[in-house]
Structures are given as structure tokens and as C-alpha cells.
Design a protein. Structure first.
Length: 458
């Protein structure tokens, strides 16, 4: 049969075969579309499954059926956090300056300001963030897991060297912040006590609240009015640090000579240590349970010891975990469990946590009220001076400049809240123990110093 005859025969039989051919060709197209759709993910969820879950949670929230407890709270912050985090990772420019952290914190804050989150949803988020104290569970797991999973050499040298960049960074931030304030016509005293101090005070709960109590007593003013003047500086300082550390993450990718990939101190065998840090160990679920109870117990120990020795419980927790690691008091299997619990928490719950923080601790009206060019310039220059000095001092002290700058920059964070946002923007969550020392110890020292100085001047 010739080619033309075959084609003619095929054409003659087309009446019966054509419908079947069309049906068979549509099926692969449908399957291809479904596969493409399921290949798209929001967080760990395929897009179709995410849409279904989102719809269920939304319907529950608007019909008053959303549980006002951990179940409802986790459902809301996870479904929002994964979406905002993924968007922040994909938007040009924004993705290079800590987009996921910025969107996860500020979009919910804006939604609260415009009443786009109903009361039932707010109650659920409050239950998981405040009633259940999720923030401190998160920090405890990260601190204990990262310390116990860290090489002893990195831990010891990191703690010994981090204080010099922190001190120099604090001095540089103060000098530059005051100078920029004077340039814009701000009084030196107001610039230092009302703008620079809140930025470096260690957060809202641990810094601004006790600091405002002392200021109210010394100045004879209502504490509430003082807090409203201090909080915007702390928030804008934290945003500046997030953007700077997001930029440092991008800078590190193109300048590997400054990049420790999560290592703070140069040790001579960095390649081996980085490989050890990134080595995948088999996950054992019962050991993760041990890691969880370790984190909880270290946190409780810090709280108990704090009532006797007067040092913040978080600082005691950090140094207790570090001491256990250095003295090799913890079995290796338990350290592995704590490390895997830290990895699980950091991977899945960082953006959701930031959503909760944005809803409850980042009042948009205060941020908007403080947005003047002069005020922003003072806050931004204070943080930039701190991070820049951390970079160069770290380089001079045989530390990795990127990591040194990031840890120093955490001194301008909103306590544990700010540390999470800053380190997530920099993709350096393993630096959490050093960040906590920078924030809490540095913040406490600044509050004591500023309170004494204010009393002397009044």
C-alpha cells in the first residue's frame, strides 16, 4: 500500500476513530495540567490541598467554629505563614532583603489595622501565641537544639569572641545615631533615651517595659505615654536590621571569602566543620521527643535559677546548655534528638511564628505614626552603624564578617521576636544562641546603663 493510499484509508475510517482519538489526546492534557498544579507548593502542601485547607479554616473562622486554642491558632498561623513566606521568597528585590520575614510580620499587622482578621481568628492566634507561649517554646527548641548540635570548638570560640564586636557595635551605633539626630535637629538627650535606647534595649517585654517603668519613676510621667514614644523606634530598628541582614545574605552568596555559611569563628578546619554541620543524620522520632523535653527543661531551669540569682532566665538557659555541651554531659543521642527537633521547628514554624508576632506585637498604627524621614534616618543609621562595625571588627578578630555582622545586628532586635525575624531573613537560624546573648545580655546592660545615666542627668 502506498503512503497516499494509507492516508486515504485512515481518512475514510475517521468517522469511527476520530472521537476515540480526541478523547485519548485530552486525557494526557488533563493529567499534565493536574501534575503541574500538584507540583506547585505552598510551604510543604501541594497547591490544591492548600486551597482546600485554606477554605476549611476560613469557613470555620467566619462561622464561629474555629477552636480558640492551639489547634485553631496553629491552623491559622501556619496557613498564613507558609503563603506569605513563599511569596516573600519569590518577589524580586524583596526576596533579597528578608522578604519572607517582612511580609509574614507586616501583612498580618496591616490586616489587624484594617479589621481584616475577625475576632474568632484573633482569639485563636492569641491562644497559641500568648496563652500557650509558643514564642518561648520556639526559642527554647532553637537555642538548645543549635547549641547541643553544634561543634564544641565553634561554641567555645564563638562565645569568647562575640563580645568585642558587640561592644564596639553598640558604641558605633550610639555615636552615629546621635550625630544623625543632631543633623536633623533632634536634641542629643531625646535621641539617645527615646530612639537609640529602645533599639538596643532588648525588645518590648524584656527591654522597653522595664526601661519605661524606670523612666516614668525618674521623670514623673505616665508609663503609657513613655511606651508609646519608645515602641516605634524599636520596631523601625528591627525592620532596618531585617533588611540589612537580608542584604548580607545576598552579599554572602557573591562574596564567599566573607561567608561562614553559619560558622561564626574561623577555626582552621572550617570545611570539615561545615560538612559536619550539614551532614544529614537519620531522624529518630523518639529522640525528637527527648529533644523537646530537653528544651522545655532547660527553659524551666532558667526560670527557676533566675529567681535566685537575678539574671534573665533566657541567658541562664543559654549558658546552661552551653556548659552541658562543653563538658560533654549529654549523651550524643540526646544531642541528636534536640538538633532534629530544632530543625523541624525552624523549617516548619518560622513563618507561622512571625505571623503571630505581627498580629500581636507589631501595631501598624505605631509604625505609621513614626514614619518621618528624620526618624527613619536616625533608626536606620543606628542599625547600619552597628552591623557595619560588627562586620569589620569580626574580620579583624578572625571571625566570619557576615556572621559577626548578623549577630551584632541582633542587638537591635525586638527580643526573641526580632532575633527570629533577623536570622530568618539572613538564613542563619543556627546563630540563635549567639543572637540571644547579643539581644538579651546586650539589652539588659544598656537598660541598666541608660537608667543610671538618666537619673544622674535629672
Amino acid at each position: 500500500m502506498t503512503q497516499s493510499t494509507a492516508n486515504s484509508a485512515a481518512f475514510d475510517n475517521s468517522n469511527s476513530a476520530a472521537p476515540l482519538q480526541i478523547k485519548n489526546s485530552e486525557q494526557p492534557l488533563k493529567q499534565g495540567f493536574i501534575k503541574k498544579l500538584t507540583d506547585l507548593h505552598i510551604g510543604p502542601l501541594p497547591l490544591p490541598l492548600y486551597i482546600i485547607f485554606f477554605a476549611i479554616i476560613y469557613i470555620a473562622s467566619v462561622t464561629g467554629k474555629l477552636p480558640a486554642d492551639m489547634i485553631g491558632g496553629f491552623a491559622v498561623i501556619m496557613i498564613m505563614g507558609w503563603l506569605l513566606g513563599d511569596i516573600g521568597l519569590k518577589v524580586p528585590v524583596l526576596k533579597d532583603i528578608g522578604g519572607p520575614a517582612i511580609l509574614s510580620m507586616f501583612i498580618p499587622s496591616v490586616m489587624i489595622f484594617y479589621n481584616l482578621i475577625n475576632q474568632d481568628t484573633l482569639k485563636s492566634i492569641t491562644a497559641v501565641m500568648k496563652t500557650s507561649n509558643f514564642l518561648y517554646l520556639y526559642i527554647s527548641c532553637l537555642v538548645c537544639g543549635s547549641i547541643l548540635g553544634m561543634a564544641r570548638k565553634i561554641l567555645v570560640q564563638g562565645f569568647l569572641r562575640m563580645f568585642i564586636p558587640l561592644i564596639v557595635g553598640t558604641l558605633a551605633a550610639t555615636v552615629v545615631g546621635v550625630a544623625v539626630g543632631m543633623l536633623f535637629g533632634y536634641d542629643v538627650k531625646r535621641t539617645f533615651f527615646y530612639i537609640i535606647m529602645p533599639i538596643m534595649g532588648g525588645g518590648i517585654g524584656e527591654g522597653i517595659l522595664p526601661y519605661s517603668m524606670a523612666m516614668a519613676e525618674i521623670l514623673g510621667q505616665p508609663q503609657g505615654s513613655i511606651i508609646s514614644q519608645l515602641a516605634p523606634a524599636a520596631m523601625l530598628g528591627n525592620v532596618s536590621a531585617i533588611i540589612c541582614c537580608g542584604f548580607l545574605k545576598k552579599f554572602a552568596e557573591s562574596h564567599p571569602q566573607y561567608n561562614g555559611n553559619g560558622l561564626l569563628v574561623k577555626t582552621g578546619d572550617d570545611k570539615e566543620l561545615i560538612e559536619e554541620m550539614n551532614k544529614e543524620r537519620p531522624v529518630e522520632f523518639h529522640l525528637m521527643g527527648a529533644g523537646l523535653i530537653l528544651a522545655c527543661t532547660f527553659f524551666i531551669f532558667g526560670g527557676v535559677a533566675s529567681s535566685y540569682i537575678g539574671i534573665p532566665g533566657a541567658i541562664i538557659m543559654i549558658f546552661a546548655a552551653a556548659l552541658v555541651k562543653v563538658l560533654k554531659l549529654m549523651p550524643a543521642k540526646m544531642e541528636q534528638g534536640a538538633y532534629h527537633m530544632y530543625r523541624f521547628i525552624a523549617t516548619n514554624l518560622t513563618w507561622p511564628l512571625l505571623v503571630g508576632l505581627g498580629v500581636l506585637y507589631m501595631p501598624w498604627k505605631d509604625v505609621v505614626a513614626a514614619v518621618t524621614p528624620a526618624y527613619i534616618a536616625i533608626c536606620a543609621s543606628t542599625v547600619v552603624a552597628m552591623i557595619t562595625s560588627g562586620f569589620f571588627i569580626g574580620k579583624a578578630m578572625n571571625m566570619y564578617p557576615i556572621e559577626s555582622a548578623i549577630v551584632t545586628g541582633c542587638h537591635s532586635g525586638l527580643g526573641g521576636t526580632g532575633d527570629v525575624a533577623i536570622l530568618s531573613a539572613a538564613n542563619r537560624m543556627g546563630l540563635m544562641p549567639f543572637a540571644q546573648v547579643s539581644t538579651r545580655l546586650g539589652g539588659a546592660s544598656m537598660i541598666v546603663f541608660a537608667t543610671i545615666l538618666l537619673k544622674l542627668l535629672n
